[in-house]
Design a protein around this ligand. Structure first.
Ligand code: ADP
Length: 601
């Protein structure tokens, strides 16, 4: 059994007490209602029970009245006792048979019966002295009387109805009819009710319960007992009280039946028109109806309360489940939030670490870039060293020539030969131009890129280079084939620098095809992964293996006025842009150079 805390025990006890109380009250109310219903039924049955009795009495009451006016009766009374009244006896017998009276008889003024309906029976009333009977005395004095009592001869109970027989104002005797109420009592019994009548002292007379006859509603006082003895002419009657208990507060009467108490609903009414002082009582059994109603009500209440209890339990249970679910949800939420915040903290930490790493890497990259720049610069300086040596050698010769031309020009002028002097001076100018070309190219090379690299669509650089050379292209009649399509990959470069490379490649191609009949330059654009390949291909004589091997050495040139620095510088620029410049393997015709750069878009 589940353990309950003290408070719960109290609640359970209170609930059970309430349940028991409610069931008891419901039973009480239902019994009360059932009793009311039974009372109504009994009240409805009362007039019928009364009518059965009064109808019988009223029917018989006429008979003595009629006989009191009957001449045969009068004649018999006038003859009182002098002869046997056979004819009248027969008449009375016949009337008694018709009226269902138990006996009809005629009493003379002395109280002796002179004629009777049962004259021919052993228990004949004829000759019996009825002077002591109240009905005789009262009828003689008042004209009519009735009395309930036991027959002197038969010992059977009945109602005596008496009428005085007069003869011109002189009393002759009394006509009496005795009606036994067996039929009425049987009728009452068959109705299923307990029915009886009481006289003015509460003594039971006619009754559906024969053993209750001459018992009293309540114990009689000595005075009433004497009076009842007197009136009913029952010398030895005890008038014991009926076995009915009343006044339990529920308006019910309880009758002990062989030691078993049974409940009845009791109603009563006066019987006007019957015998003065008579009252009719009717009792209907109530046990079955009361207990059935009470049980139904108790059961209904029990079921109702159990249902309510069940409902309350289910609702409480549901509320509890909902509360538990909400609590679980809140717990889960809290846990989730804590996990999220833990995870967020972890992420923040790893983010910070990552940011640190990135910064470190950027630092390292910057360092590498710086180193590379420094290296490139050092490389340039070393190339510059080579160039300087070459330049010294290259420049030495024109400088020596200039010197010789100048000395000779001086001598020509001394001798007045201005024409050869002028020729020498012209040669000197051409020599200085050559020196100027060498130094100009060197200046370009030595200058560090002033313009910062930025995202540059490659086509713009191609178009820029072509437009710089547009005049020469036009003059040479070369066919330029530009890259197909409109796509323009973007590289990180300074436009001027990339144009320098392309202009140099285009110029070399134009130089190579100077004597070509159908010169043609094809510019191609290709993309491989993150690389952008810009190729400049011509259909000139191409390069032999030896020339190809020394191609990127300074001052390697096959041109009369060439410096052999263009490709060296172009390659240097390409490396500076993070790429390369190379000679493509020969395919038999012309030469093809490719600039390979990193694509950023
Ligand atoms: P320069 O143009 O002053 O000679 P470069 O470095 O630009 O210097 O070229 C070096 C040499 O490479 C050229 O003299 C030439 O012999 C050879 N060369 C370059 N481009 C081509 C080409 N498209 N076709 C044939 N030979 C070429």
């Amino acid at each position: 059994m589940a353990r309950l805390r003290d408070g719960r025990w109290v609640a359970v006890v209170v609930a059970l007490a309430f349940l028991a109380g409610a069931i008891a009250i419901a039973g009480r109310i239902a019994s009360g209602q059932a009793a009311d219903n039974l009372r109504e039924t009994a009240l409805a049955a009362l007039p019928l029970a009364a009518g059965t009795l009064t109808g019988e009495i009223e029917k018989q009451r006429l008979v003595p009245l009629v006989l009191a006016r009957d001449d045969a009766v009068r004649g018999a009374l006038r003859r009182a006792g002098k002869m046997k009244e056979k004819a009248l006896n027969d008449k009375l017998k016949s009337i008694a048979g018709d009226a269902s009276a138990s006996a009809i008889y005629i009493i003379d003024t002395a109280g002796i019966a002179i004629s009777a309906s049962n004259a021919d029976e052993p228990a004949s009333f004829v000759g019996i002295d009825y002077n002591f009977r109240h009905y005789f005395q009262e009828a003689m004095s008042k004209g009519a009387a009735s009395q309930y009592g036991l027959g002197t001869i038969s010992g059977r109970p009945g109602l005596y109805l008496a009428s005085r027989v007069d003869d011109g104002g002189k009393p002759l005797g009394v006509a009496v009819l005795k009606v036994e109420l067996d039929g009425v009592e049987a009728n009452w019994r068959s109705s299923g009710f307990l029915v009886f009548i009481t006289d003015e002292r509460g003594v039971v007379l006619a009754t559906s319960q024969p053993d209750w006859r001459f018992r009293a509603l309540a114990p009689l006082s000595a005075e009433d007992t004497a009076a009842a003895h007197e009136q009913l002419q029952l010398a030895d009657a005890g008038f014991e009280p009926l076995p009915i208990r009343r006044g339990a507060g529920d308006g019910l009467a309880t009758i002990d039946n062989a030691g078993k108490p049974r409940q009845f609903v009791e109603v009563v009414q006066d019987l006007p028109g019957a015998v003065p002082g008579w009252r009719l009582w009717l009792l209907t059994p109530a046990d079955a109806a009361l207990s059935s109603a009470a049980n139904t009500a108790r059961l209904t209440t029990l079921l109702g309360l159990l249902l309510m209890g069940l409902l309350a339990y289910v609702l409480t249970r549901r509320r509890r489940t909902r509360r538990l679910r909400q609590e679980a949800l809140a717990r889960m939420n809290a846990e989730l939030e804590s996990r999220v915040s833990t995870r967020t903290a972890e992420l923040t930490r790893s983010n910070t670490a990552l940011a640190g790493e990135i910064a470190e890497r950027e630092n390292a990259e910057a360092k590498v870039r710086r180193l590379r720049d420094d290296l490139a610069q050092a490389n340039r300086l070393s190339i510059l060293g080579q160039i300087a040596a070459g330049v010294a050698h290259e420049i030495n010769q024109p400088v020596a020539a200039i010197r010789t031309y100048a000395e000779n020009a001086g001598r020509f002028l001394e001798t007045g030969k201005t024409e050869p002097a002028s020729g020498n001076l012209t040669s000197i100018v051409s020599m200085t131009e050559r020196i100027g070309a060498i130094t100009g190219t060197l200046r370009t090379f030595a200058r560090r890129p002033g313009v910062a690299a930025s995202p540059l669509p490659v086509r713009e650089a191609i178009d820029g280079a072509l437009s710089l050379l547009s005049g020469r292209i036009r003059d040479s009649g070369v066919t330029i084939v530009k890259p197909r399509g409109n796509a323009s990959p973007v590289v990180l470069a300074s436009r001027i620098r990339l144009e320098q490379i392309l202009v140099n490649l285009l110029q070399n191609a134009l130089d190579a095809m100077k004597d070509q009949s159908d010169p043609r330059i094809e510019i191609q654009l290709a993309e491989h992964d993150d690389r952008v390949l810009i190729s400049v291909r011509d259909n000139g004589p191409g390069l032999g293996p030896e020339a190809a091997g020394n191609l990127f050495m300074p001052f390697q040139t096959t041109k009369e006025k060439g410096l052999g620095l263009g490709l060296v510088i172009s390659q240097e620029i390409a490396q500076e842009l993070g790429g390369t410049l190379r000679l493509d393997p020969s395919n038999g015709t012309g030469a093809s150079f490719t600039v390979d750069l990193r694509r950023i878009e």
